[in-house]
Design a protein around this ligand. Structure first.
Ligand code: COS
Length: 384
């Protein structure tokens, strides 16, 4: 299928594919087993100039957008959805700065992210604030030239590994959704510490941990946008990064499909390769159809967002739901085609099935995405 990528986008995809095949695939099972954070892979991405594909050239990036980010995430996830997340999670942490940062903030933080010298993370979720993002309890209280942060963020991707954290905290509870603000917090700031690293079902090469703020003083110049804009910063960021989750799901599904197809040609039963049985052929055909449909939707959604379109929430949510539900189905079918071997940890598809699950959950569960889509559909039909 011709996806009409530009020459530069093809080059980005090929570079990421090479790193996935040569550097990630050989270590993916080991990193998963040991929960090892992929510092070395970040170095390869940095050496190939891929860390800043979605960052403006004047801040050291390649000047691409959400599509370029998705292309890298897709290719890396084909080999390992967990390792890919060190890159994708940094994108999630960087987007609030890209969208709302002042020139000074962008100059201070984006070049190091683009160069792969620093990783970023996004801290919204708390023990009692998941789907209900407005349930945040972490507070930020103004004190002279500073804000003082107190509270605990939970399940933060790239937690403890990242150098730059974009954090959503409550500045005025009485103002509802307008009572939150977004801040940049640097690792090493007194009062910021990290809780235990979570032991997860999948994406085990990714670091997920708590961020604990105890009287953490951060300078006022680290406020993003204006006080009270934090909820909007979070929502507008997620609108641009949910297609990245979709790309991760797409990559995982593609990896699982490739493994199942290869196996079906090698595995013989009843005296012939199982790929000659129609039951298996139809499964492979269905997997391939779904993957192509996802790729079309994900790329087109990214292009829609990169075109500067105003209404993108519904589209981003659709891509995320469709891709992640597909990844769950395709990886489950890949395990099925590979039978007993598929279920074993020596083969990659059981890991892919575990990795796929999170894409239906994080950056807003698929149930929340369906709410976003339905509410937007109803709003649009009322406007017409
Ligand atoms: N872009 C811009 N503004 C948005 C927005 C978006 N995508 N979504 C909501 N807003 C605005 C609304 O317009 C509203 O503004 P007004 O007060 O001016 O009307 C405000 O934000 C509050 O919106 P809403 O009333 O819809 O907020 P809810 O508390 O009902 O929450 C959902 C909306 C459920 C969509 C939100 O909480 C959400 O996305 N939850 C999932 C969070 C998530 O992804 N968590 C995973 C952790 S991050 S890795």
């Amino acid at each position: 299928m011709n996806y009409f990528l530009t020459e530069e986008q093809e080059m980005i995809k090929e570079l990421a594919a090479r790193i996935a095949d040569e550097k990630i695939a050989p270590v993916a099972l080991e990193y998963d087993r040991e929960g090892k954070f992929p510092r070395d892979i970040i170095k390869y991405l940095a050496d190939s100039d891929l860390c800043g594909v979605y960052i403006e050239e004047k801040y050291g990036g390649l000047g691409g957008g959400v599509l370029e980010m998705a292309l890298v995430v897709e290719e890396l996830s084909r080999a390992c959805g967990g390792i890919a997340l060190a890159f994708a999670g940094t994108g999630l942490g960087a987007f609030p700065i890209i969208l709302f940062g002042t020139d000074e903030q962008k100059n201070k933080y984006l070049p190091d992210i683009a160069a792969g010298k620093k990783l970023a993370a996004f801290a919204l979720t708390e023990a009692d604030a998941g789907s209900d993002a407005a349930g945040i309890r972490t507070t930020a209280v103004a004190d002279g030239d500073h804000y003082i942060l107190n509270g605990t963020k939970q399940w933060i991707t790239n937690g403890a590994e990242a150098d730059i954290y974009t954090v959503i905290a409550c500045t005025n509870r009485s103002k509802g959704a307008r009572g939150f603000s977004a801040f940049i917090v640097e690792k090493g700031t007194p009062g910021l510490s990290f809780g235990k690293k979570e032991d997860k079902m999948g994406i085990r090469a990714s670091s997920t941990c708590e961020l604990i703020f105890e009287e953490c003083r951060i300078p006022k110049e680290n406020l993003l946008a204006r006080e009270g804009m934090g909820f909007i910063v979070a929502m507008k960021t997620l609108d641009r990064t949910r297609p990245g989750v979709a790309a991760q799901a797409l990559g995982i599904a593609t990896g699982a499909f490739n493994a199942a197809l290869k196996y079906s040609k090698e595995r013989e039963q009843f005296g012939q390769p199982i790929s000659s049985f129609q039951a298996v052929q139809h499964m492979l055909a269905d997997m391939a159809i779904q993957i192509e449909a996802v790729r079309c939707l994900v790329y087109q959604t990214c292009r829609h967002i990169d075109s500067g379109a105003k209404n993108i929430s519904k589209e981003a949510a659709m891509a995320k739901v469709f891709a992640s539900d597909t990844a769950m189905r395709v990886t489950t079918d890949a395990v099925q085609i590979m039978g007993g071997y598929g279920y074993m940890k020596e083969y990659p598809v059981e890991k892919m099935m575990r990795d796929a699950k999170i894409t239906q959950i994080y950056e807003g569960t698929n149930q929340i995405q369906r709410n976003v889509i339905a509410l937007e559909l109803i709003k649009e039909s009322t406007r017409e």
